[in-house]
Design a protein around this ligand. Structure first.
Ligand code: C5P
Length: 213
């Protein structure tokens, strides 16, 4: 495998922003795997399907192509909620496995961010980071993004949503959110994005030096 980076962590931990910036810095393509689950949830709902129906969700996941992601509106809180509902189904996760793994194994390397990249999708990745922050810090960050679209949205609603997603992502039987044993933990609660990026860059650089030698 070429130099692949697995970047995992809970909702709104900042891993998406870090993945994009690391991609630019190390010249690696980036896949935000949350978008795959969001796309399955949104597509299923648009056709009147129920996200609790594992068979229907799996059928949508099997048909999903990376090229479809740019055509869907995946940014809202509802897409995130639908994503975490379809993500509990082992069938959906299995249907999305190959697509993610092939992206990670592409020649030249890649960065994937998600929940189970270091534990399930690319357990042999040479660089693994687990990015966290307190629920309050994550809620505030997510609220700042969402309030641009909906200024009346209360912070408490965003915090409750983050806690619910943490619970669902960590508590599910299929590929629960957890750090790989050899992942480097990065707690960004008291960091701004520049500090977090600096720390992440150093972790990836160290892993790359080790991988090369
Ligand atoms: O990262 P993002 O908030 O876009 O992810 C949306 C949801 O998709 C998560 O709450 C999680 O339930 C699910 N997900 C997952 N595995 C991944 C990426 C996302 O289960 N690798």
């Amino acid at each position: 495998m070429d130099f692949a980076v697995a970047l995992d962590g809970p909702a709104a931990s900042g891993k998406g922003t870090l993945a994009v910036r690391l991609g630019a810095s190390f010249d690696l393509p980036v896949l935000d795997t949350g978008k795959l689950y969001r796309a399955v949830g949104v597509t299923l709902r648009a056709s009147g399907g129920d996200p609790r129906d594992s068979g229907a969700a799996e059928a949508v996941a099997r048909r999903l192509r990376l090229s479809a992601l740019s055509e869907l509106d995946l940014d809202g809180a509802e897409a995130g909620e639908l994503a975490s509902q379809v993500a509990v189904h082992a069938e959906v996760r299995a249907a999305l496995f190959t697509l993610q793994r092939e992206f990670g194994l592409q020649p030249g390397g890649a960065i994937l961010d998600g929940r189970d990249i270091g534990t399930v999708i690319l357990p042999e990745a040479p660089a693994k980071l687990f990015v966290t922050a307190s629920p309050e810090a994550r809620a505030l960050r997510r609220w700042r993004q969402l309030a641009a679209r909906d200024p009346s949205l209360p912070l408490e609603v965003v915090l409750a949503d983050i806690r619910l997603r943490d619970q669902r992502d960590s508590g599910r039987a299929a590929a629960p959110l957890k750090a790989a044993p050899d992942a480097v933990l990065l707690d960004t609660t008291d960091m701004d994005i520049e500090q977090a990026f600096d720390a992440a860059r150093r972790i990836v650089e160290t892993a790359r030096d080790r991988w090369r030698s």
